[in-house]
Ligand binder design. Structure first.
Ligand code: SF4
Length: 291
C-alpha cells in the first residue's frame, strides 16, 4: 500500500494519490486514464475520480500497480478492484491485472478455453496473488503457460506448481535453466494446437516469442505495441537488449501473419482490422529500418 508521507506533490489534492515508489510502468494510465497521467518519471493523479465507475477503475489501477504505489486517504472496499480481474478484453481473452514488479509491471493475459479445446493459457506471469489465483482456478485453472521472454516470467514457478501447467519458452532465453517443461528451439514457428502458434522473434531478447491465437489475437511481449502518441505500432528502440537488426527482420516476418489484436507486455493494446494492422506493421518496419 502506498505511503501518504511519500505522496508526490504533483498529484492533485484529494483522496487518491501516487507515491514516490512509482516505477512509471504505465499500467494505471491505461486502466484509468481519467484519473492517472504521466508526469516526467512518474504517474500522478491528474484528476480525482468522480463517479462510481471512475472510482472502480482507479481501484483496479491500485490493485494492478506492481509496486503498491497508489493509495487513498479514505477507505474503499479493495474488492472493487480485486474482483474486476481477470478483466475481459474480447471473446475469451482476459487481462489478468496484478502486474508483477519483477516483470517491471508487464501485462499478462489469460485465454479461457474448455479442456477439450486445449484448456486455459496464461501468457506471461502476473503476481502470484491469492485473490487472482482463486479466480483463475474458478475459471478453469491453467493448462499452459506461455512465456514470451525472460523479462516477464515473474512468478512462473509458483503458477506452475499450483496449476501443474506446462510452461513453454524459447531455449535462447534460458528456458532450460528455468526448468521449463516445453522448450522451443530455432527460428521456425511452432503450431502448439489448432488455434495457437508460437512465433520466434529474436530482437528484444535472443529468445523472444509471440503467441498467435486464432489468427486474431497476437500476444507480443516486448516485441511490438501500440503507441497512442504516434497512433501506430512501434517497437522499443531503447529497450532492445539483443539486436535491433534481428528485431527488424523478425518484424518483417510477421507480415506473413494475420491478426486483429496486439496485446503487449508493455505499451498499449490495439484492436483494428487485419488490413489496417498490416499497414501499421509495414509502417513500423519502415521506421525501424530508418533508425
Ligand atoms: S501502475 Fe503503479 S508503478 Fe505503474 S505507473 Fe501507475 S503508479 Fe506507477
Amino acid at each position: 500500500m502506498a505511503n501518504v508521507a511519500l505522496r508526490l506533490p504533483e498529484n492533485v489534492p484529494g483522496d487518491f494519490f501516487v507515491d514516490s515508489t512509482c516505477i512509471d510502468c504505465d499500467a494505471c494510465r491505461q486502466i484509468a486514464p481519467e484519473t492517472f497521467a504521466e508526469d516526467t518519471d512518474y504517474s500522478i493523479v491528474h484528476r480525482q475520480p468522480q463517479t462510481d465507475e471512475e472510482i472502480r477503475r482507479a481501484m483496479m489501477a491500485l490493485v494492478a500497480c506492481p509496486t503498491g504505489s497508489i493509495g487513498t486517504v479514505a477507505h474503499h472496499d479493495a474488492h472493487l478492484g480485486i474482483d474486476a480481474f481477470p478483466e475481459l478484453i474480447a471473446e475469451n481473452v482476459y487481462y489478468c491485472g496484478f502486474n508483477a514488479e519483477s516483470s517491471f509491471g508487464a501485462w499478462s493475459y489469460l485465454i479461457v478455453r474448455p479442456e477439450n479445446k486445449g484448456g486455459n493459457v496464461l501468457i506471461d506471469s502476473p503476481r502470484f496473488a491469492t485473490q487472482l489465483v482463486k479466480k483463475i482456478d474458478a475459471m478453469g485453472g491453467v493448462r499452459t503457460m506461455f512465456l514470451t521472454h525472460k523479462d516477464d516470467v515473474a512468478d512462473h514457478q509458483r503458477f506452475a506448481d499450483r496449476f501443474k501447467c506446462e510452461r513453454i519458452m524459447h531455449a535462447d532465453d534460458g528456458a532450460q535453466r528455468l526448468g521449463i517443461e516445453r522448450v522451443i528451439r530455432g527460428g521456425d514457428p511452432v503450431e502448439l494446437d489448432q488455434d495457437l502458434i508460437a512465433i520466434p522473434v529474436p530482437g528484444h531478447t535472443r529468445g523472444h516469442m509471440l503467441l498467435l491465437y486464432r489468427n486474431k489475437f497476437l500476444f507480443t511481449g516486448d516485441h511490438l505495441a501500440w503507441s497512442p502518441n504516434r497512433q501506430t505500432l512501434i517497437a522499443f528502440r531503447n529497450a532492445c537488449w539483443y539486436s535491433w537488426t534481428e528485431q527488424t527482420k523478425s518484424m518483417r516476418r510477421l507480415l506473413g501473419y494475420e491478426f486483429e489484436w496486439v496485446l503487449p507486455g508493455h505499451g498499449r493494446i490495439h484492436h483494428d482490422t487485419r488490413r489496417k494492422m498490416k499497414a501499421h506493421l509495414q509502417r513500423c518496419i519502415e521506421w525501424m529500418e530508418r533508425v
